[in-house]
Design a binder for this molecule. Sequence first.
Ligand code: ZN
Ligand code: ZN
Length: 362
Amino acid sequence: MTRYVSGLVVRETGGPAAVEELRLPEIGPGQVRVRVRAAGVCHSDLSMINGTLRPPHPLVLGHEAAGEVVEVGEHVTRAAVGDHVVLNWQPPCRGCWFCEHGQPWLCSTSSGVAALENGMTLDGAPVHVCLGLGAFAEQVVAPENAVIAVPRELDFEVAALLGCAVLTGSGAVRNTASVRAGESVLVIGLGGVGLSVVAAARAAGAAQVIAVDVTEAKKGLAEAAGATDFVVSSDTLSKDVRARTEGRGADHAIECVGRASTIRAAWRATRRGGQVTVVGMGAADDLVQLAALDIFSSARTLRASVYGQADPDVAVPALARDVLDGKLSLDHLITDRIGLAGVPAAFERMARGEGARSVVRL
Ligand SMILES: [Zn+2]
Ligand SMILES: [Zn+2]
């Protein structure tokens, strides 16, 4: 049976994103078909069209999503029709060296695939789907290991955020930085990921969470997420942070922008022996300069956190339980609820630094 769905497609780099009619492939063995119910607009989607990343086109955008399984292929064991699921844009293969050595977030089979063809077509020609999903569409076809079942009582909009921003942000705090009670945490960049970092840092018992963004506009959101301090970024950021941390600098800096300048700022605002965690995904030609003497004498640690350095099959259900138990509140993260056609305007808000997450409701 031929099925057509609406999806948000970009036909060329930098080109406009428009709602188009896509033809879904028949599902094969080991695949599932998911009716997408909510999908968050993530900065990585914007990076796919603004030239930061250079995926192939035409491209169906979207990767942070949740929905309901409506069909399962042969041999599918981990999902059933009717399951509510979070989509995982980097499903671990469980067979490569990294998966077998406890680092599924670095899976060599699924890492680094910006877009692939999965049988979806536009005007009879194949399209690529963003991060193996292309979730800004009414339905997606995905391998069964790309869906993670969550309790039915979890709201789809909140569930969608668990699949990227919240897993990434909370994992950076818990798994990469290992923030401990009483520590100070500087958070640079307050999009969906940065605000998730703020919330997770407070939940981890951080005594001080200094939130930084380019304008005052994010102050209210930062405070709602649990920030104790808010600073507008400037050339004097490291001095401002030192003034708030007894002259030392922060124990942790978590960079959620992905730019050399903000990674440098994070480095400079961290105390001697402190940790810098880079969460933002930057461009290949944006070089970070650090003096050799500074690396030695500052004794700081610089680490990257990929997809929250977590096993999504374990972490997503745990986050879902935290939300349902009231331990993790994500309502403040959703500032705009839109339709597919509203995504380009959401990109513009994101580029202007307004709001937190826009969520597409389908
Ligand atoms: Zn994302
Ligand atoms: Zn693997």
